[in-house]
Ligand binder design. Structure first.
Ligand code: C2E
Ligand code: CA
Ligand code: CA
Length: 490
């Protein structure tokens, strides 16, 4: 409303002047809050889901693969707990900066919450393998970049911290609109779980075809956790024979009594058990049961001489208290421990040859025999044979299987046998399936045999029955099961 002078010109303008700067500012603030993570300035979770939807559509239209990857910082909580949240915040800001600097491929970067960052790598390639490779390159560059030393200054504590952190990355590549952002995030998270399970500082990328496998693996992992608590792992025994075809003992092979899937063989679960370190708890159960079995056998004259072999995972041996734990466990049983054999593969040597040698030496001094399993498949160099305190080698079944028809395999087996003789090591042949294989091996004086030709791995009870039948055939002094308590020995 204006007040006019005599000429009709406005002399006073009355009205309300609105200052909209603040409103604009607030609006911007709201948008900012809705789309961006306040700490790092990266887009937030909600916005990332929209970006992911865009990537799905764009990829489908152009028939190109894109990827979604999760980055999770290893042991971030430790920094937070020891130096406080402000230090943790500083670190997250620096990490965000570094993620922005990685330029292997275009990346849309978000902070998902906590120490989790999610990236979309759009339109990588039309070819699945090439797309996967490109995503992997980016992921490894991220791992590399964040692991460089970080300098964290704290105004609060007046300290400067030189810090380095590692991260794990899991992700999935996709090229169809057959999938939702939510599902992709779930799969990438499962992949991350696998990467972390491998011990951190690791990258695991999958394609959408592998989603069943991913899902299955993670379900199996959860079930395994429960089954360890319930001790649902048992041993089966595969008899070992001498050259006269008499049973001299057994190899204990683990089986998982799965709550819904029945009895599972190691092929179905050992890899996951290894990746997640659950093999350590499972290995303890196996060792316990093997000792229990020995104790029972040693209470009777007829079975006193039987040996039992257990497989040890490299992960078990790498534990710092492995030897003490092993001895403590076996001490709980009243056994002649010279009847206990541990089977190890060359994989135990890759981490620290000295450490492995010292530990196996201690076991040997304790009275346990050491067997080198799957011999011929690994590095199998002479120097290992010389430095390791081993008593026997087990020729891998892949060589035994071809020994009849393949001259090369025959030669390998023959030279393994010669080698063992030179080093004064006992030779055990596994995987004997045919009489012809047994005949050839016998000709070379292999000391012990194991394989389907003789027997599959069987329950403890079935093993005792096999033993009983054999001893009876050999006119041993054993009585029939009804008169004797031999069947109680399992
Ligand atoms: P391995 O130590 O080489 O064990 C021998 C495997 O060969 C057993 O499979 C056995 O069933 C199979 N086998 C025996 N004779 C024959 C044959 O004549 N022909 C063929 N084709 N196969 C034969 P299983 O029980 O499925 O075990 C597989 C692997 O799982 C083992 O290979 C071992 O590496 C691992 N494993 C088993 N039990 C344990 C355990 O308690 N701890 C650890 N760490 N690993 C275990
Ligand atoms: Ca074995
Ligand atoms: Ca083997």
């Amino acid at each position: 409303m204006a007040e006019l002078d005599d000429n009709g010109k406005p002399i006073l303008l009355v009205g309300i002047v609105l200052d909209i700067t603040e409103q604009k500012h607030n609006q911007a603030k709201i948008i900012n809050l809705a789309y961006y993570d306040q700490l790092t300035g990266l887009i937030n979770r909600a916005q990332m889901e929209l970006e992911l939807q865009k990537a799905i559509e764009q990829g489908t239209q152009n028939n190109m693969y894109s990827a979604v990857v999760f980055l999770d910082l290893d042991r971030f909580k430790l920094l937070n707990d020891s130096y406080g949240h402000h230090m943790g915040d500083k670190l997250l800001q620096l990490i965000a900066q570094r993620l922005n600097e990685v330029d292997v491929t275009e990346a849309i970067i978000s902070r998902f919450g906590g120490d989790e960052f999610v990236m979309v790598l759009p339109m990588l390639n039309a070819n699945q393998e090439l797309a996967l490779a490109k995503a992997e390159n980016h992921a490894y560059a991220v791992i590399e970049s964040i692991s460089q030393v970080l300098y964290l200054e704290s105004e609060v504590q007046d300290v400067e911290l030189k810090y380095s952190i590692t991260g794990s990355i899991g992700g999935i590549i996709f090229n169809s609109d057959d999938i939702t952002p939510g599902k992709l995030i779930q799969l990438a998270d499962l992949a991350l779980y696998r990467a972390k399970a491998k011990g951190g500082n690791n990258v695991m990328l999958f394609n959408t075809d592998m989603q069943d496998e991913l899902q299955l693996a993670s379900e199996l992992q959860k079930d395994m956790h429960d089954s360890i608590i319930k001790e649902d792992f048992i041993i089966h025994l595969q008899p070992k024979y001498n050259i006269e075809q008499q049973i001299i003992g057994a190899e204990a092979l683990v089986r998982w009594c799965h709550p819904t899937q029945g009895i599972l063989a190691p092929a179905a679960f050992i890899q996951i058990a290894e990746e997640t370190n659950m093999i350590i708890a499972i290995g303890d159960m196996v060792l316990k049961q093997a000792c229990q079995q020995l104790e029972l056998w040693q209470q009777q004259d007829e079975t006193r001489d039987l040996q039992i072999a257990v497989n040890l995972s490299a992960k078990q041996i790498w534990q710092s208290f492995f030897v003490d734990d092993f001895i403590n466990l076996t001490e709980q049983y009243d056994i002649d421990r010279t009847k206990l054999i541990v089977e190890v593969t060359e994989s135990v040597l890759i981490q620290d040859l000295n450490d492995a040698t010292v530990k196996l030496m201690q076991l040997k001094e304790y009275g346990v025999s050491i067997s080198l399993d799957d011999f011929g498949t690994g590095y199998s160099s002479l120097s290992y044979l010389r430095s390791l305190p081993i008593d026997e080698i087990k020729i891998d079944r892949s060589f035994v299987q071809d020994i009849v028809d393949d001259p090369q395999a025959y030669l390998v087996v023959k030279s393994i046998i010669d080698l063992a003789r030179n080093f004064d090591l006992k030779v055990v042949s596994e995987g004997v399936e045919l009489e012809e294989q047994f005949t050839i091996l016998k000709q070379h004086n292999v000391a012990q045999y194991q394989g389907f030709y003789f027997s599959q791995p069987v329950t403890k009870q079935a093993f005792m029955e096999l033993l009983y039948v054999q001893r009876k055939e050999n006119q041993s002094s054993l009585q029939s099961p009804s008169e004797s308590n031999v069947f109680e020995v399992f």
